[in-house]
Design a binder for this molecule. Structure first.
Ligand SMILES: [Zn+2]
Length: 260
C-alpha cells in the first residue's frame, strides 16, 4: 500500500515538471552580463499561482490589515530622489521607462512633482538604517530590519479599500551594479502593489533567493494582470481567482496547452 502511494506521488511530480515553464531565453539586451536566463512561456496555473501569492500579503503590515488587492487606480507618476555616492539616476530612469513600455496598464511616467505617487530614494547602504528611522520611526524600522534583514525596502500606503495612496522605495546605489539593478526592478514591483515575496517561485524577481535585474516575462505578466481594469483594488483572493483565468486567456499570457 505504502509503496503504491509513493509511486503515485512521484508520477504526479513528474507530470508537473513536464508541464512547467518553457522556452528558456537569455536575459534581454541591456541586462547585466551575469543576469540569469528566463523562461518565457507559462501555463495559466503557473501565472495564477504567482499572482495570488504575490498580490496578497506582505512581510510587514502596519495598521489595519488590508484584505484584498492593492494597486493604484489612476495613472502613476514616479519621482526619483537622487542621492548616495554613485549617481544612478539615469539608470533608474531607464528602469521606469522599461516598466512604462512593457506594462502600458500602469500608465507610468517619471515626474518631478513633490506629490508624485511613488518616490524612489537612492541612498548609500550606510544611510539605510537612518533613512528607515526617519521614514517610519524607531519601532517599525527595528521590526522590519529584524524580520527581513533588507538590502532595499518599499513601503506602500493604501486606503482601507485597497487603492494605493503612496509608495516609497529605498534603493541602495553603492553596492555594485548587480545589487542596484536587482533592487530597482524588485522594489518597483512592490511599489506597484505586488507586496509579497515567494521564495519557492523560480521565475519571479520577488523570490529573495534570486538576483535578476531585469523585467522578466513572468513578472511582466503578473503586473499586466494586476493593472487590468477588471482587477479592482480591494478584491478578495476569491474574487481575483474568479476572473484570473479569463484574463490570462483573453490577454494571451499563457502558453497554449497543446503546443507542448
Ligand atoms: Zn522585496
Amino acid at each position: 500500500m505504502t509503496r503504491l502511494l509513493t509511486i503515485c506521488v512521484v508520477l504526479i511530480a513528474m507530470s508537473v515538471t513536464v508541464f512547467a515553464a518553457s522556452d528558456k531565453q537569455p536575459a534581454p539586451p541591456g541586462a547585466l552580463e551575469d543576469a540569469p536566463p528566463q523562461f518565457t512561456r507559462f501555463t495559466a496555473a503557473e501565472l495564477e499561482r504567482g499572482f495570488l501569492a504575490l498580490a496578497f500579503g506582505s512581510d510587514l503590515r502596519i495598521g489595519a490589515r488590508p484584505l484584498g488587492i492593492r494597486r493604484f487606480d489612476h495613472p502613476i507618476r514616479v519621482r526619483i530622489i537622487g542621492g548616495g555616492s554613485v549617481d544612478r539616476r539615469i539608470a533608474m530612469t531607464r528602469v521606469i521607462e522599461d516598466y512604462a513600455r512593457e506594462v502600458p496598464g500602469l500608465q507610468l511616467s517619471e515626474s518631478m512633482a513633490t506629490d508624485a505617487d511613488i518616490e524612489l530614494r537612492l541612498i548609500d547602504e550606510k544611510d539605510f538604517q537612518s533613512a528607515l528611522l526617519a521614514a517610519f520611526g524607531a519601532k517599525i524600522a527595528k521590526t522590519f530590519v529584524a524580520r527581513t534583514d533588507p538590502q532595499c525596502m518599499t513601503s506602500v500606503k493604501s486606503t482601507a479599500d485597497g487603492a494605493i495612496v503612496h509608495s516609497v522605495s529605498f534603493i541602495i546605489v553603492d553596492k555594485g551594479d548587480d545589487v542596484f539593478i536587482d533592487c530597482a526592478y524588485h522594489e518597483l514591483l512592490h511599489a506597484f502593489g505586488l507586496s509579497n515575496h515567494d521564495q519557492r517561485n523560480p521565475w519571479t524577481t520577488l523570490n529573495q533567493k534570486r538576483m535578476v535585474g531585469y523585467l522578466t516575462v513572468y513578472d511582466r505578466s503578473l503586473l499586466t494582470l494586476l493593472y487590468d481594469e477588471r482587477i479592482k483594488p480591494g478584491m478578495t483572493l476569491r474574487q481575483a481567482r474568479a476572473v484570473l483565468r479569463e484574463l490570462i486567456a483573453e490577454r494571451g499570457l499563457a502558453a497554449p496547452p497543446h503546443s507542448r
